[in-house]
Design a protein around this ligand. Sequence first.
Ligand code: KG4
Ligand code: ZN
Length: 337
Amino acid sequence: MPMPNGPLVLSIETSCDETAVAVLDGGRLLSSCISSQTLIHRQFGGVVPEVASRNHLSKVEPLVHEALDKANVQVQRIDCVAATRGPGLLTSLLVGYSFGKGLAIGLNRPFIGVNHIEAHLLSPFFGTEYRPERSIGLVVSGGHTLLVLVDRVGKYQVLGGTVDDAAGEAFDKVAKLLGLPYPGGPQIDALAPKGDPRRYDLPRPMAGRRDFNFSFSGIKTAVRYLLPKLEGDYVADVAASFQEAVVDVLVRKAMAASAELGINLITVSGGVSCNSRLRHRMEKATERANKRLLLAQAALTTDNAAMIGYVAVQRFRENLGTDLALDADPNLSLENR
Ligand code: KG4
Ligand code: ZN
């Protein structure tokens, strides 16, 4: 169904290491501002929660002003304020969530707390003229790897998830082993086309199993044991072989879920979904199986506030009310919100 206009939503995301604020007019994105802390955390090789939290605190208010200015919207016109409620790092979540609540109270407008995974999950629908519909969603990020059956907005069944590392976490850890800077996903993506994906035979853990769970730490460990045996210029070949193993498992499981449940639409979202090899392989696989594929737009794959606002728009339209009495929840579940 085509999207009507409105409401005007201001959304805030601070679940990990990006401070982000967006302004939306219904399905239309008016502004999306992101202040990334990547360079700050790079010196530590990963996200340091205390440092992340303090940076959110100094960035959130200026970013709200910037997003409103870019959208050319005065704050009094906002119909609803939204912020990420969880999952994520509690001390990071609290900054954006409390700021959003305060703003909503000050403006006397409803406040909507958004599930970060739900925001990734629905992000492929953003920018299309369609409302989220029955589909299989593959969410692949730095913190999560999930296969979800989407029935409609707010009704989700998790089919499977990772039993150890998330896909993005595996990319980051293998990149670190290869001496590449954090975050490693984009580095491996850029190097892999220069390497041979068949050079090293890495495992495809759980790929042949009938369930929809994933395991990526075995691939990472295989790389760790492989590296000391290698000489010469092997980095691009290892990057390509590793990426192929991860992508292989992701594509196989997503296609198996859609076949088994008889669902024709597959969506892919989250930071790892901007991986060019994953996008290409998903396009080929869905074409072959005669399924529809919706990939999140590249700008919506890594953490951003536009996807948070998009969920809030759906919930505002369904009159799902305000979440002022609820607290941020670092372990917020997708199924029981
Ligand atoms: O969704 P996201 O921004 O944060 C979480 O909610 O976790 O995802 C970040 C993750 C990082 O692990 C990063 O290495 C990975 O997404 N990533 C990629 C690519 N771009 C980002 N992984 C593979 N290929 C990429 N091009
Ligand atoms: Zn995320």
